[in-house]
Design a protein around this ligand. Structure first.
Ligand code: FAD
Length: 502
């Protein structure tokens, strides 16, 4: 049933943070000015969150779709390359593991690679699962190159994403979007007018008296959720019983000579600290649970654990992990922090903006808002949020740490049923439960399961079909090809110095 018959011709985006400018760039590129006008309203006085600096590989689809030149993008956003995340002290103190992008080895006869590796290990082999991951091996050596040197068909390839300066990224997308016809309006929204009867949003009133009318509103106003929450009262589902961190202190510091091609996440007593190397500085932050540490203590811990001199005072941020039950409500689609926030542990927020946008484009209304279309958007968005949520909870729950109240809480907390099933299935025979269309696929779950001590009792019986000699030889060949590939690459710093300096 159509909720309302009205022409959808003017799109108004509220907010000019990462989410707002991503929305503006994608909509301008896809709609090419033939759907209707696009206007973005933002307030410089309010500003942006601006700490989203680590990404995951699907961002390359976005860049490709926008026709962005990679080197130009890396130069202008002071970016570096990211091969994965190193997790330090998560499982237990003095332990580390790597969650790489891309696969480990490759499927053999329809059986995932790691089953062959587990079979060899059960016979005494000591190779590490990371030896079969191109991104892990390159990261260990501090190497990077987007395409493998001497790339052969079927040979190892590198999967990667970027670390970038969030403010420069928003600026970069703004230039793109304005060039493609998006109108930017400066001003603070002081009132939102709704239509009598159905409550659809009709227009926004700015502090300078300007009125901005529209048909479809994209709420990218950040944590405040100006339209989706304050105006339309879309319910926020609180997940802090599973993801208890609710604050962060962020501070940039001077970088050293080495630029690691990966993010580092170090678990601390009341949360964890990120380290994100950029060309011109290192981004750092302590994400923590305010039940277990004061803001002052968190700031002191952060400042005591930097690589170089801090370049500013620590900046506090507050959030409640969770999501809107209906990110699309009436004629408003919320993206970015207005839609939800699951904390930055696996750098998923910018990606959620991207996937929300692509989903919205695929369900764009024409002459009205059919409830089935709106429901489908919300159904898919909710599935995506829940899959990421469970992957994040795994990091907090599968720990041996018992040295602080936070870790004691997380280790013993009740977890969602879907995650319980995933852990049980993996423990039984190393199988990773699959969902359609999921973001974190088998290699990611595998890396975190194994890294955090969730070990299978056995492996897939089909992996026994090949002979010992055949499996040993195949695995040695894979290891060797990856090692050679990584050795042939320049260091990450050399690659950046040679190709990506402004
Ligand atoms: P904001 O940046 O808050 O932008 C909101 C916009 O709305 C601003 O332009 C503001 O001016 C405008 N606005 C608000 N109210 C009004 C009004 N009344 N009138 C006019 N304009 C208004 N994501 C990642 O992918 N990777 C990471 O590593 C990562 N790390 C993070 C670390 C922390 C601690 C936090 C909190 C977030 C992190 N994120 C990360 C998330 C990332 O920062 C956000 O997803 C991203 O910045 C999108 O923010 P946004 O555009 O939704 O909101």
């Amino acid at each position: 049933m159509a909720q309302a018959m009205r022409n959808t011709r003017k799109i108004v985006i509220v907010g000019g943070g990462t989410a707002g400018w991503m929305a503006a760039a994608v909509l301008a590129r896809v709609l090419k000015g033939r759907y209707g006008a696009i206007e973005l309203v933002e307030s410089e006085e309010i500003g942006i969150v601006g700490v989203g600096e680590a990404t995951i590989p699907p961002i390359q689809f976005l860049n490709h779709m926008l026709g962005i030149d990679e080197i130009d993008f890396v130069r202008k956003t002071q970016a570096t390359f990211k091969l994965g995340i190193e997790f330090v002290d998560w499982t237990r103190l003095n332990h580390r593991y790597f969650h790489p992008f891309g696969p480990h080895g490759h499927t053999i006869d329809a059986v995932s690679f790691h089953h062959y590796w587990m079979r060899l290990r059960s016979q005494g082999d000591t190779s590490d699962i990371g030896d079969y991951s191109p991104s892990t091996v390159a990261a260990r050596m501090g190497k990077f190159q987007p395409t493998a040197p001497d790339a052969r068909p079927g040979g190892p390839t590198i999967a990667y994403a970027y670390h970038f300066d969030a403010a420069l990224y928003a600026q970069y997308l703004r230039t793109f979007a304005e060039h493609h016809g998006v109108k930017r309006t400066e001003g603070r929204i002081v009132e939102v007018a709704q239509r009598a009867g159905d409550g659809f949003i009709e227009s926004l009133l700015l502090d300078n008296g300007t009125r901005v009318a529209g048909d479809l509103f994209v709420d990218c106003s950040g944590f405040r959720g100006l339209l989706i929450g304050q105006t339309l009262k879309a319910e926020y589902e609180d997940w802090s019983h599973w993801l208890p961190c609710d604050r962060a202190m962020a501070v940039p510091c001077e970088g050293g000579a080495e630029i690691t091609p990966y993010t580092r996440s170090t678990a601390r007593a009341a949360g964890w600290q990120w380290r994100i190397p950029l060309q011109h500085r290192i981004g750092n932050g302590y994400v923590y649970c305010s039940r277990f540490i004061s803001d002052d203590e968190a700031a002191a811990t952060l400042l005591a654990n930097l690589d170089g001199k801090p370049l500013a005072d620590p900046r506090p941020l507050r959030f409640t992990t969770g999501r809107r039950k209906n990110s699309w409500t009436k004629n408003c689609v919320a993206l970015g922090l207005a839609s939800g926030f699951m904390e930055p542990l696996e750098s998923t927020s910018i990606h959620l903006v991207q996937s929300g946008l692509f989903r919205m484009v695929s369900l764009l209304p024409r002459d009205g808002f059919e409830q089935a279309t709106v429901d489908e958007y919300n159904r898919l968005t909710n599935i995506e949020y829940e899959q990421i949520r469970d992957f994040l909870i795994l990091h907090y729950h599968a720990v041996e740490r018992d040295d602080s109240p936070l870790w004691n809480y997380c280790r013993t907390m009740a977890i969602p049923e879907a995650l319980r099933h995933k852990m049980d299935l993996f423990r039984a025979r190393g199988r990773v439960a699959r969902f359609d269309d999921q973001l974190f696929v088998e290699p990611s779950w595998l890396a975190v399961f194994l890294g955090q001590g969730v070990w299978p009792q056995s492996y897939d019986p089909v992996a026994d079909v090949l002979s010992d000699a055949e499996v040993t030889a195949r695995l040695a060949r894979i290891r060797e090809a990856i090692r050679r590939m990584a050795e042939g690459m320049p260091t990450h710093r050399d690659f950046i110095n040679r190709h990506c300096r402004a």
